[in-house]
Write a protein that binds this ligand. Structure first.
Ligand SMILES: C[S@@+](CC[C@H](N)C(=O)[O-])C[C@H]1O[C@@H](n2cnc3c(N)ncnc32)[C@H](O)[C@@H]1O
Length: 278
């Protein structure tokens, strides 16, 4: 990635014998290939550019995309909330531009993706190959996640599509007990519908979070939050597939709700639950 004096970022793929043209001049790739990460090179007009290897976050924001990508702050949260680790088997739907796939693969997961559109599936595959390589444990299938999931004993099902509640019955048979479902949704209406579907099924420990990311302006005596921030991206909901029991423990029911329960303590955040049960 090249960064100019105005902190504009240019993501380029280096190829010997070619050059990169900007309004600020031409940078010859051969003069960049082999320099140490963090070096400065000079373009044809004498302007200088910082050369750094891009982070995953920078690649996601700059890479070619078809569908809207999940923003890096949410990708980071998904890695924790869905507890993504090396060897974890993940079903991802829909795959879109592959930003989430890249984050999952970088964390060491084995990923099978379901995607409706051929062009998006191709885009995701080429983005993954560019970042991680052709031998990544990654397979994208052109199919509708609402119709079913063929995989079994999955550790995680991670969803970025409009009606994730339609995938729940399939996730129920595809996940191993204790497996985690994680869904990204842009609106709270969709999130409420998903939560209702989760509560009606064998899932528990449901939780929804929104990640707010505010950068700061730090310059001499002017230290304050930046005026602009990304106001809203989406809501992240997770739940775990439980082994059903005839009589759920009261603690669980009070804290996490039970289908048909009128217990309003479910509306409270866990720390506000009255321990006396009143
Ligand atoms: C917002 S994009 C996903 C972006 C992706 N998470 C990323 O970070 O690049 C949503 C994708 O879901 C796909 N999709 C929608 N409904 C689907 C379904 N029922 N099964 C599979 N894919 C679906 C769409 O074609 C689209 O590519």
């Amino acid at each position: 990635m090249l960064v100019d004096a105005k902190e504009r970022h240019y993501l380029i793929t280096l190829r010997a014998g070619t050059s990169f043209h900007t309004h600020a001049g031409i940078i010859v790739h051969d003069e960049v290939i082999g320099v140490v990460d963090g070096s400065t090179v000079t373009g044809s007009t004498g302007r200088r550019f910082l050369v750094v290897r891009p982070t995953l976050s920078e690649v996601v924001l700059k890479m070619p995309r078809g569908a809207q990508v999940i923003y890096p702050k949410d990708l980071a949260a998904i890695m924790m909330l869905a507890d993504i680790a090396p060897g974890v088997r993940v079903l991802e739907a829909g795959v879109g531009s592959g930003a989430l796939s890249m984050a999952l693969l970088r964390a060491g997961a084995d990923v099978v993706g379901y995607e409706l559109r051929q062009d998006f599936a191709n885009r995701a595959r080429s983005n993954v190959i560019d970042l991680i390589g052709a031998d990544a444990p990654y397979r994208v299938e052109l199919r509708d996640a609402y119709e079913g999931i063929d995989e079994r004993d999955l550790d995680r099902v991670v969803l970025d599509l409009a009606e994730p509640w339609r995938v729940l019955p399939h996730a129920e048979t595809a996940l191993r007990p204790g497996g985690i479902l994680c869904a990204y949704l842009p609106t709270i209406n969709q999130t409420a519908q998903l939560r209702a579907a989760i509560d009606a099924g064998p899932f528990g420990l449901a939780s929804t979070v929104e990640v707010l990311h505010r950068t700061w302006h730090i310059e001499e005596r002017s230290v304050r939050p930046d005026h602009r921030m990304v106001g809203h991206t989406g809501f992240l909901t997770t739940a775990r597939l439980l082994v059903p029991v005839d009589d759920p423990p009261p603690y669980n029911a009070a804290r996490y709700g039970r289908p048909g329960s009128t217990d309003r303590r479910f509306d409270l955040v866990p720390d506000e639950v009255d321990p006396t049960g009143v």
